[in-house]
Ligand binder design. Structure first.
Ligand code: PHE
Length: 471
């Protein structure tokens, strides 16, 4: 390699970092709610179908592209063919745009963790306000929101600028086991609460739809499951190309491609068990998004009495671990792009400088989102809002539509088509089977990469875009 890009200390380090990227806000506020509101167990089956036919496959494809080229998305894709560069650009742009809102949300969690932390010692962490009042007051204080967002950016900068093995890997090796540990503690506590079983009824049975006030619609369930899967597994935007580019040639890609989505799905289910039993036991109602994670959970912890402060503190610490480990993978995509492309132009740039520039760009993108106050700041021009669906009318949704709604599914489709039809599956096989590794699921990958995954993803792309706009 012409520049010293860094690498993982071990395959385990890579797995932890990739799982860290995958587990994030998506798991915590999206999956459990969507599962309950879309049929419970049937939704889980649909979700698993997408994880296996698309998640595992895209994960394998991205890791192969990354490790084979040893480059970040733009250079990696252009190494596969000059005109495929655009697919790499989708990745870099998606990562940058997602960071424009994701960090703000992690910043919310930092504020809540501090609030409950202070309350453990008897002080008031939320000015004595209830979940809704505090949330509205907080989101409508854009400068405070921005301050917590900047704090989150600073943490991410320190980790990513610290390097692959000494920054990102080190953080995830502690953060991911801690995350699962906290999940288990909260789940065990939840099951001591009276009425907790309602949470299980919500998540796993068809009664959940009644509780959420929704009706089962197969197409909606598929769209929700597929969009959720792509975002939750961090696919279609080059995060796994980037992380894969630091992977040793002896690592078993086909095994990793199964382990990471499996861990992500387990975390999503565990997140549901950490959230809904408590929500129902404390008389709350199911929701998704920021409303659930902040308003409902805030009230839930408050109504538990003093111990609720401890559980609340742990819960938001968990959200922070999940969120930061995702943020750093997004920051790494864009940083690696700058590091690689400056090295390719024989003007190598230090990691610290590259990460600094990237952080600055992302901060600039996040400022209007903080000022928009989840739509209450009305930053978006009315003409744009007129064709956005109800509930998708803030700047965060615009960023989300561009990345999660358009560029990520498009990226996933194109990557599979390029590997399946242009490079050929032998090209992929060669890389997977390096150093004597076995490719046990070769046949399955053959069929999926060429046919199943692109077809399914086209459906997802159309359905996702339609869900954002008024049609
Ligand atoms: N997977 C993360 C989540 O579930 C989000 C993410 C998407 C991270 C794409 C990196 C890349 O929240």
């Amino acid at each position: 390699m012409e520049n010293n890009r860094g690498s993982w200390g071990s395959n385990l380090g890579f797995i932890m970092a990739a799982i860290g990227s995958a587990i994030g806000m998506g798991n915590l506020w999206g999956f459990p709610y969507k599962m309950g509101a879309n049929g419970g167990f049937p939704f889980l089956i649909i979700y698993l179908f997408f994880v296996i036919t698309c998640g595992v496959v895209c994960m394998g494809v991205e890791m192969v592209i990354g490790r084979k080229t040893g480059k970040s998305p733009v250079l990696a894709m252009s190494q596969l063919g000059k005109r495929y560069k655009i697919v790499g650009w989708f990745g870099v742009l998606s990562a940058t745009i997602i960071m424009g809102f994701y960090t703000m949300l992690v910043g919310y969690a930092v504020r809540y963790m501090l609030g409950f932390g202070i309350q453990i010692f008897g002080a008031s962490g939320f000015g004595g306000m209830g979940g809704t009042d505090f949330f509205v007051g907080y989101t409508c204080s854009p400068w405070v929101v921005l301050a917590f967002t900047l704090l989150t950016f600073a943490l991410c900068y320190i980790i990513v600028a610290g390097g692959i093995e000494t920054g990102i890997e080190k953080f995830n090796k502690v953060g991911i086991p801690a995350l699962f540990g906290i999940l288990i503690v909260i789940i065990i506590y939840n099951f001591t609460l009276e009425g907790a079983s309602q949470g299980l009824v919500y998540m796993f049975t068809t009664k959940g739809m009644e509780m959420a006030g929704t009706e089962f619609n197969f197409i909606t369930a598929c769209r929700m499951a597929a969009g959720q899967m792509l975002f939750s597994c961090s696919l279609g935007m080059g995060a796994m190309i980037t992380y894969g580019s630091y992977l040793g040639k002896d690592a078993n890609i086909s095994k990793n491609a199964w382990i990471i989505p499996a861990a992500d799905t387990s975390a999503a289910i565990l997140a549901g068990l950490a959230i809904f039993p408590a929500v129902f036991a404390q008389g709350g109602s199911p929701k998704g998004g920021p409303g659930l994670l902040f308003m409902t959970m805030h009230d839930t912890f408050t109504s538990m009495g003093w111990i609720g402060n401890v559980i609340g503190f742990l819960f938001y610490l968990l959200v922070i671990f999940a969120g930061i480990s995702s943020c750093i993978s997004l920051m790494e995509v864009t940083s690696a792009h700058i590091i690689d492309s400056s090295a390719a132009k024989s003007k190598p740039m230090s990691r610290k400088k590259a990460v600094g520039i990237v952080t600055l760009i992302m901060v600039v993108l996040s400022i209007p989102v903080c000022l928009d106050q989840l739509g209450m700041g009305s930053i978006i021009p009315p003409f744009y809002n007129s064709f956005m669906a109800e509930g998708s009318k803030d700047l965060l949704d615009v960023y989300d539509l561009l990345s999660e709604g358009i560029m990520m599914p498009l990226g996933a489709i194109l990557m599979c088509l390029i590997v399946g039809w242009k490079k050929g599956l032998n090209w992929m096989e060669e890389e997977v089977e390096l150093e004597g590794n076995k490719f046990h699921t070769k046949k399955f990958f053959h069929i999926c990469v060429k046919y199943v995954t692109p077809l399914v993803m086209v459906f997802v792309l159309v359905a996702l875009v339609l869900s954002y706009i008024n049609v």
